[in-house]
Design a protein around this ligand. Sequence first.
Ligand code: ATP
Length: 151
Amino acid sequence: MPLCYKVGVRREFSAGGVVVRNLRGRPVVAAIRPAGKPEGTWALPKGLIGPGERAEVTALREVCEETGVEATPVEKLGDIRYVYTWDGERIFKVVSFFLFRYRAGRLGDIPPEHVHEVAETRWLPLEEAPRLLAYKGEREMAAKALERISR
Ligand code: ATP
């Protein structure tokens, strides 16, 4: 008998931003500590792509919702992939990341309906982000952003 339950592997597609600006002469990146994560768990803002939505538009919206800053697109950095388990189910996830330039707003000025998603926000020095970010794929995106802005 075929194991039909295996057909419906769950996949998720998200998009996020590496938002860069210069502060006191050095590049910094907008990072968040997602709600429920221990101190020092720095991540990049991201979220699920809505039906029919362009990944870049999702990333801009999620950056605004999770950090309070508005950004301008520069270019796509790449896709990262990981698997996590939720309620005993394995979820295969792809997240597209974009390099954004900071445009306006104050980091941490999160809209009230999204404050529960984020425990903390911080501008991390971009040179240190490949070490400070919690997840390998996001560290690689930060390293790519550093390489691109140093070109
Ligand atoms: P989204 O921000 O896309 O709406 P979410 O907040 O629902 O997503 P994730 O951030 O994907 O969910 O987190 C689900 C699980 O995967 C958590 O346990 C988290 O620690 C882990 N996780 C998040 N990002 C990564 C990553 N880049 N690599 C590996 N594991 C990750």
